[in-house]
Design a protein around this ligand. Structure first.
Ligand code: ADP
Length: 371
């Protein structure tokens, strides 16, 4: 920060002037004290001298005047030195205070203009440095929120494009007479509409989940009842793909205080994924148990498995390992994100393990028991 910039800064000027005022007041007090006190002290001294050498009015006056003018001269020299020192010290202090604030103001303006990469610079670890550090943390958060927002809009547009393009080509085909306006074409349109409807529902759930507004309709029930019911409902789809679905309930009753519908949504998502990502003739096992004072429910398959890097990102919204394969099955990569939030809202956690690609995976969640 340059001297000119420092002087044009209002805060810098204030610090500067306040130092000058302090020095000015100091000099005035010093002058007044010397003026009032010095003649009295000198008079005492002269009187002692006269006692020895006899009275001499001329000498007394002369001595008094020279002493006073010498004193004033010394004080003025000292005041100029103090003023110069104050100038140097106050510009340093003003620079130390004003430069991080100026840097922050510049950054705030740039961020307000939409440039989220800007950061405030700080040199010292004092309160202003702390302020700049926290400000940078806030800027970091804003940046990642903005990136996520842009990403979300891009993802949503991308997800909508595929079913909309299909509906358009199907209807255009019918209008042009290329496709027959019969049951198969209409049902293809309906499939795409269902996919759109599901996506909109998922997005609604996602926005609720991510803003922490999942409404839970809590009730007490046996988690095993829910697991058995969902497994029974999905059994035909497993049979159709020739996948063996095994249910293993280690204890007859595992009481939880949870939202039946939401938990059903989670289990359907886990079983649905296991069904989708396990090849024909594979094996899927759904189990419940009580472990480390928590209730555990897991879905294990011997399907396509997951790599370590996939495991790290699997609960991110719109994350799909194999995008084309998942989309072909109607997946949008939102299901696990919602499931993760639902379980978190219940005070539990959703986790995943996999020994590696093509070696199956295990998704499991924990819930606090209802004691
Ligand atoms: P989708 O609707 O795409 O299945 P999910 O959020 O449920 O969305 O899953 C995200 C991604 O996680 C899937 O696209 C898939 O790549 C991967 N995945 C989920 N379950 C399994 C599983 N049992 N085995 C292998 N990969 C899985």
């Amino acid at each position: 920060m340059k001297m000119k910039e420092l002087l044009t800064s209002r805060l810098g000027r204030k610090i500067f002037v306040s130092h000058l005022i302090i020095i000015g007041v100091g000099v005035i007090v010093l002058m007044l004290t010397v003026r009032l006190q010095a003649p009295y002290a000198l008079n005492q001294h002269i009187r002692e001298m006269e006692h020895l050498i006899g009275e001499n009015e001329f000498l007394r006056q002369n001595l008094m005047n020279s002493f006073q003018s010498a004193l004033t001269e010394v004080i003025l020299i000292a005041a100029s030195g103090a003023l110069l020192a104050a100038l140097i010290v106050s510009s340093f202090v003003a620079w130390r205070i004003v430069s991080p604030i100026r840097s922050m103001i510049r950054t705030v303006v740039q961020i307000a203009d939409g440039d989220y990469r800007q950061r405030a610079h700080f040199v010292w670890d004092d309160e202003l440095g702390e302020l700049a550090k926290n400000f940078n943390r806030m800027a970091e958060e804003l940046h990642s929120t903005e990136t996520r927002r842009i990403e979300l809009i891009g993802n949503v547009a991308h997800e909508l494009r595929t079913p909309l393009a299909s509906i358009r080509s199907l209807t255009e085909g019918m209008i042009d007479g290329v496709l027959p306006a019969d049951f198969s074409t209409y049902s293809a349109v309906q499939t795409e509409l269902t996919r759109l409807q599901r996506l909109v529902g998922d997005l609604e759930n996602l926005s609720q989940a991510e803003s922490g507004q999942i409404k839970l309709n809590l009730q007490e029930f046996n988690l095993n009842d829910l697991v058995e019911q969902v497994a029974l409902r999905l059994k035909p789809q497993f049979s159709e793909k020739q996948i063996d679905l095994e249910t293993e309930l280690s204890e007859p009753v595992l009481r939880v205080q949870a939202d039946w519908e939401r938990m059903q949504q989670v289990i359907i998502n886990l079983l649905g994924n296991a069904l989708q990502y396990t090849p024909s003739k594979g094996k899927v096992r759904i189990y419940t148990e009580s472990k480390d004072e928590m209730i555990v429910c897991g879905v294990e398959d011997n399907g396509i498995g997951l790599s370590d890097s996939d495991i790290g990102r699997i609960f991110e919204r719109f994350y799909r390992v194999d995008k084309s394969r998942s989309r072909a099955g109607g997946g949008s990569g939102i299901g696990l994100t919602i499931a993760h939030h639902i379980i978190k809202a219940h005070g539990g956690s959703l986790r995943v393990e996999s020994p590696g690609l093509q070696r199956g995976s295990r998704f499991y969640f924990t819930l606090p028991p209802n004691s």
